[in-house]
Design a protein around this ligand. Sequence first.
Ligand code: ADP
Ligand code: MG
Length: 579
Amino acid sequence: MKRPLGYGATAAVGVAVASVTLGDFRAGQLSLFLSLAVLAVSLDLVWGYAGILSLGQLLPFGIAAYTTARLAAAAPALTLPGLLVATLVGATVAAGVGIAAFRRRPTPVVIGLLTLVLSLTLEQVAEQWRDVTGGFNGLTDIPRITAFGPEWSDSTQDLFISVVAVAVITLVGLLATRPIGAVLIGIRDNERRMEALGYDTVALKVWVFTVGGAVAGLAGALYVHRTGFVSPQIFGFALATNVVLWTLVGGRGTIIGPVIGTLAINFASATLADVWLQYWTLATGVIFVAAVALVPEGLVPSLLRAAGRPPRRSRDLRLSATAPVTAAGNGSAVFEATGVDKSFGFFKVLDGVTLTMDEPELRCLIGPNGAGKSTLLDVLCGQQGCQNGSITTLGRDCTGLRAWEFARHGVSRKFQSPQVIGSLSVAENIAVAAWGADPSPWRLTFAAWEARVPETSLRMLERTGLDVRAGSGAGGLSHGDKQWLEIAMAMAGHCRVLLLDEPTAGMTAAESLAAAELLREVHTDYRLPVLIVEHDMAFIRAVADRVTVLARGSLLADGTVAEVENDPEVVAVYGGVDR
Ligand code: ADP
Ligand code: MG
């Protein structure tokens, strides 16, 4: 919390001193490039943090710039509140684009192209719509910012723009260090995992796009006051791709990286283009290719790595214990899946599966590879819809709900291949899972950097030694440790039913028995219902109250471990129960 504020205050003082001492020309350049740096930072929030490659940050930027130009011409005395209007306009534009674009869950490439095409379309519109935009030549003689008196001089305005830009960049930097920053990184790294933790990732993407739009809108207003004119090129391809270039070269996902990228490339451009005009465009192309090839992460992360520091330092996070929620009590079944059919094209994976768990128990689901076990778990937690059938969980009809709705209702899932957030630390992974129980973006913006975590989840971490590695990056853990971490994450949210898909794959025999013991313990302490897909018979014998066998998409048998093991049909079809 303190670091971005400290850096921001220092930078504001530095920029103010520079504006006063550098002379008008350099101070003017500085304010111009800082307003562009704000634009780059808005892209960093959206792309570097949330993973949305938007080539259309110019939409809120440009529309806010035109709005500011018209407003300032109409009411020169109101330019200061005009900055607020520009911010709101940017937010509104981005919210509209975000809602239209993200709802259908397009791929990142589609988002990139869509936003670029929208921006280029607006360039055409701005050229045609002469009455409002001034057409090809744009609007000129835009008044400078004024506050309560005569119009400011250029140098006063430059100083103001530079300091406001630094303040906004600092605020975005602060936002990135809040819980919401970690959640956005989670969405960038592993959207499926985040949905399974209760995050409505589409809504969160719209939210961050809107906030990014607000920042870009303010950048547009500062920029247009600084340049004094605005033309359709503000939506053009050159600026759209340059912002991406500055962000990429500086290092996305760092906030400060794109600022450094923007300032460095623009100052170099401004200086070298004079002497070197005919080669400079070529040189920027070479810089781009060289940056991608030599420092793919960007300058700032590469320099940090060279200095022996991780690009993103995770801060200490306090995890305090709470009592887990319990499923039992309302008298309804844990879950009832009735007549579930699921096909992929013509391939029927689940064929009229009816599976119920009446009382909280430890149930194992076994079956040969390809039997449809993982798909059944997907259907039980909303990761996949089913064509026919219904799912009732803890007394509520959940048929057709999305994964995050299942998660908020209490259905937690561990995937077959471990899904953790690689860029976050172990503790941050657990915290993100815990915050998923109440995931409003505004709450996550202002909430403290700590998490209240069910005791069961902390017990997992302690037993497996992950607690002493709370600060290590989850991406560097072994396969077995990722499995443990993901189980602890599944228990860390609002967990009332636990679905585990092959939790012991990658663990040693001793570790998997320890896992069985731990799951038994948690189940005994809190009557947590658990459905586990497993192959390891030693584990199943140690853990299961009851075993259900699935073969070729249909239920084959159901009973105690001994009953199932001796069922001739199971032995015949399964063929390979390891003994
Ligand atoms: P299990 O977990 O029992 O090994 P799965 O549920 O993963 O089996 O898969 C069952 C069958 O469904 C497999 O033949 C698999 O290839 C197929 N399948 C799973 N997911 C998809 C998908 N998204 N698209 C097409 N086929 C799939
Ligand atoms: Mg599977």
